[in-house]
Design a protein around this ligand. Structure first.
Ligand code: CDP
Length: 229
């Protein structure tokens, strides 16, 4: 039997920098539910591959790496922030770098890697509920979700958001470079054969280009009122 089959899941899928991460966190907070940041798992596989000098297209070596990923999420005593430990090493900063996102989208093309991460993702389904952020949450990982959202925004708006986000973290990027990288990653995610980035047939699509974060969360909250009652 699928674990936690009767525990409700809301899926939030969409392309890079469409606001999924922030929206997922705020919506989960309002609901008092758990979060799955599935992209972080693909990022971790990519980081582990780099660490062990495994090529990002070496499916045979990447499969066991993904299946046995040694990850721990801990709370930093001083800041209260979540710290990610990969094989005991703090990789919280490395995980958010643009290069890591690009590496992740390469390992994410490999069907055996996706398959190896399936059970780990589904294990996040715990009471009272889960908000899951990714590319294939509504299509593959949680097809029985009570509410499926597909967030989009124009490429320019997404590049602008990502630029501000990375600048705030002190990570060096240029707008031109980001536009190119986003377009390249979108194409790779949409065109791959395994679980491509596509809205589920029963997903509600929302273009967030002209909306503030609060406006998006409010709209999703209204949709929740309908879907959860
Ligand atoms: O934050 P951002 O949207 O840029 O990236 P992310 O959600 O952390 O995902 C990084 C990469 O992992 C994406 O470009 C996808 O190729 C891949 N990914 C995926 O294939 N399936 C998921 N469920 C989540 C991420």
């Amino acid at each position: 039997m699928t674990p936690g089959k009767n525990i409700p899941v809301i899926t939030i899928d969409g392309p890079t920098a469409s606001g999924k991460g922030t929206i997922t966190r705020l919506l989960a907070q309002r609901l008092g539910w758990h979060i799955l940041d599935s992209g972080a798992l693909y990022r971790l596989v990519a980081l582990a591959a780099r660490k062990h000098s495994i090529s990002l297209d070496d499916a045979e070596s990447l499969q066991p790496l993904a299946a046995h990923l040694d990850v721990e999420f801990a709370v930093d005593k001083d800041s209260g922030e979540i710290v990610t430990l990969l094989e005991g090493e703090d990789v919280t900063q490395d995980l958010r770098a643009e290069t890591c996102g690009n590496d992740a989208s390469q390992v994410a093309q490999i069907p055996a890697v996706r398959e190896a991460l399936l059970a780990r993702q589904r294990a996040f389904r715990e009471a009272p509920g889960l908000v899951a952020d990714g590319r294939d949450m509504g299509t593959v990982v949680f097809p029985d979700a009570v509410l499926k959202i597909f967030l989009t925004a124009s490429t320019e708006e997404r590049a602008r958001r990502r630029y501000n986000q990375l600048k705030d973290k002190g990570l060096g990027v240029t707008m031109r470079g980001l536009l190119d990288e986003i377009a390249e990653r979108d194409a790779r995610d949409r065109e791959r054969a395994a679980s491509p980035l596509v809205a589920a047939e029963d997903a509600v699509q929302l273009d967030t280009s002209e909306l503030t974060i609060d406006e998006v969360v409010d709209r999703l909250w209204s949709l929740c009122q309908v879907s959860l009652h």
